[in-house]
Design a protein around this ligand. Structure first.
Ligand SMILES: [Zn+2]
Length: 673
């Protein structure tokens, strides 16, 4: 029992430490997978020995599915009203604001300090701690009454489980979806035929209100907290922000404090620059949408004197940056058929320059979006692109005369094969359900050959189109039966290019099982899910025999993925394709653990430019049973460094981590084989 208790406490300490590092300091000391393993072990311990459970266990803060009564019927009245801010757009607006503040406040106060902070484009939240424990979380709602999102906020794991301050505190902030997460989520949703989110803000707001807390956790939302509204510790906002950070809350670092108008304006533009320019330390752009800056009076006494209007506080104002937008004309709308059969409307535009790239198309997401915009052919539309997000149509300019004005016809049959379309569950998108639909067949083959799956170089759209047209392939299994002579007869193929293509196809047979399984393109089964499934079942025969129950019992696999996986392998045609791929020598079982004493249980970090993509080396290292982590720490054994290695190399040298090149990596991995 003592042993169990010791492990229990150790697990809690580890998980809290990693949560803190990841969510507060933005460091991933271990992989998601390793983190999940620790977490799972903790859950198991609590199940088998419930008497040891402590109330502050991280399990009580993550994915509490039973308490999923979140949503519209659980309202929370805010103890302190949540105001929104007045917007401003020019230097004059800011000067006017500062003058007003000075006028109201006692003239003897010479210098009034202002704090300038980034305005994150997400969803406002209010959280309350009592006795050092998180007890309440709510959306802004109408400012007076919000929705209870406590379970969902807990499931994110972004807030400290307990804090040292044992008083009652109410803290406000912004929940946001990182841009990288947003783009990935939409790519996945597109691949799986689900409705796309219009922007990270909608995605964040929508995710916060999901009924299933475990789903919220997978959305990867983060938080920035920006005001302490109850339980203030200092007489000013700036010091309280630092206090919040010390308590372990995520607080944005780009906050400034100034008195002079010029300095305030500079700070506002400084924050805008941070948004638009490369950040040297991060080596990439900010991973969140930032739509402006907020200017707030620092001193609480002055704030109280200023008070509120019926809508806004008089002590703060937001300055909105102009997001890049441009006007262009809608020429037509095409309806694309994805590999899952989902039909997505795409706007074809008169091409324009926007944020440094030429835009000729923008997604219209789904049929509802067409209705919402009330858009017609020939309309002048305003398209916008913020940060790294895909361009979108935000509105129609009704002041410009549209002489065309044809309505956009929503197809009832597949634009490619003519099959009658089925509706998806939400009814906002059509689906082609003809499995022989050329678009679906082609999409499936391209997916199989794509970089994340079998990575067959040179097997792109043009080639696949030609092969399909000349009946060289019908499905993915035919890729491995291609006839050199027949390809040479096609237009544009020379002997050398055919050799290269066939060599790339031959090479792909060595790809690990998880890539093969992912390449099959099973709906709702993404890359992570594939790896988890293989980890559990090992080989294809076991996977094909697994029941929905077996599969959904895997931590991290949803019921939806389990059911599509089972029905996929019930299908005779799919079984036949798998058999043929297998007889062509593709891998259908987990790489054996080689028990390499040198590499096993070692942790690698990869940096710099290497001869292959990072993913290649990650797969290679993991196939030997070693781990790959994303950041260098004391626990790193080797840093695999290519050319142009930067901060990771520096850190490795500081920490005395052994730095190796590709040759040395091979020696380490294969050395004691
Ligand atoms: Zn079709």
């Amino acid at each position: 029992m003592d042993k169990i208790l010791a492990r229990y406490n150790e697990l809690i300490a580890l998980i809290e430490k990693y949560n803190q590092e990841y969510y507060v300091n933005n460091i991933s000391a271990i992989s998601d997978y390793e983190y999940d393993q620790l977490y799972k072990e903790l859950v198991k311990l609590e199940e088998t020995t419930p008497e040891i459970i402590i109330t502050t266990s991280p399990t009580r803060f993550v994915g509490d599915v039973d308490n999923s009564l979140v949503g519209s019927d659980k309202k929370i009245e805010h103890q302190i009203r949540m105001y929104s801010l007045e917007n401003s757009y020019s230097r004059d607006d800011i000067i006017e604001f500062i003058d007003k503040v000075k006028k109201v406040v006692n003239a003897t106060v010479k210098k009034i300090e202002f704090v300038i902070e980034p305005k994150i484009d997400g969803a406002a939240v209010s959280i309350r701690y009592k006795g050092g424990v998180l007890v309440e979380a709510a959306t802004r709602g109408d400012g007076v009454i919000g929705e209870d999102i406590l379970d969902n906020i807990k499931s994110l794991g972004v807030l400290p489980v307990t804090i040292e301050d044992k008083g009652e505190v109410i803290i406000r902030g912004e929940a946001y979806m990182p841009i990288s997460t947003f783009n990935k989520l939409n790519i996945e949703r597109e691949a799986e035929g689900e409705t796309l989110f219009a922007n990270p803000r909608n995605a964040a707001a929508g995710s916060l209100k999901l009924l299933d807390s475990s789903k919220v956790a997978s959305r990867g939302l983060k938080l920035f907290l920006y005001s302490l509204d109850l339980g203030r510790r200092f007489d000013n906002h700036f010091d309280d922000l630092k206090y919040l950070k010390d308590l372990g809350f995520p607080v944005n670092e780009n906050c400034f404090k100034f008195s002079e108008t010029d300095d305030i304006m500079d700070a506002i533009f400084e924050i805008e620059k941070i948004r638009d320019e490369l950040d040297d330390t991060l080596n990439n752009k900010l991973d969140y949408e930032l739509d402006g800056a907020v200017v707030k009076v620092n001193d609480y006494a002055i704030r109280d004197e200023l008070g509120h209007t019926s809508k806004y506080p008089r002590f703060a104002i937001s300055y909105k940056y102009k997001s890049e937008s441009v006007r262009t004309k809608l020429l037509s709308v095409t309806f694309q058929v994805g590999r899952t059969g989902a039909i997505t409307p795409v706007a074809e535009l008169v091409s324009v320059q926007l944020s440094g790239s030429v835009i000729a198309r923008a997604t219209l997401h789904n049929n509802d979006e067409i209705k919402r915009l009330n858009i017609r052919i020939g309309d002048t539309v305003i398209i916008e692109k913020g940060g790294e997000v895909i361009p979108k149509i935000i509105s129609v300019d009704r002041d410009v005369l549209n002489i065309d004005g044809r309505e956009i016809e929503i197809p009832t049959v597949c634009p490619v094969c003519g099959y009658a379309l089925a509706n998806d569950v939400s009814g906002v998108k059509g689906y082609c359900i003809n499995r022989e639909c050329p678009a679906i067949v082609q999409g499936g083959i391209l997916h199989f050959a794509s970089r994340d799956a079998m990575d067959i170089k040179g097997f792109g759209v043009k080639v696949v189109e030609q092969f399909l047209e000349h009946d060289l392939i019908k499905d993915i299994s035919d890729i491995y039966k291609l006839d050199r002579k027949k390809i040479l007869k096609l237009e544009g193929f020379q002997s050398q290019s055919v050799d290269n293509l066939l060599e790339a196809i031959e090479q792909s047979k060595t790809q690990p099982f998880h890539r093969v399984l992912y390449g099959l393109g099973i709906k709702h089964v993404g890359r992570t899910a594939t790896k988890l499934i293989i980890k559990q079942f090992g080989d294809i025969d076991t996977i094909m025999k697994a029941t929905e129950e077996d599969i959904s019992a895997i931590y991290g696999i949803g019921v939806g993925s389990a059911s599509t996986l089972v029905s996929f392998f019930k299908d005779e045609i799919n079984i036949k394709i798998v058999d043929q791929l297998r007889s062509n020598g593709l891998k259908f079982e987990k790489e054996p653990d080689l028990l390499n004493k040198t590499a096993l249980d070692r942790t690698f970090v990869i940096t710099g430019k290497l001869s292959h993509e990072r993913e290649y080396f990650k797969d290679l290292i993991e196939s030997y049973g070693a781990r790959v982590s994303s950041s260098v720490s004391k626990n790193t054994d080797y840093l695999l460094a290519g050319s142009d290695a930067g901060s990771k190399l520096k850190k490795a040298l500081e920490l005395d981590v052994k730095v190796i090149d590709e040759n040395e990596l091979n020696i380490i991995l294969t050395g004691s084989r």
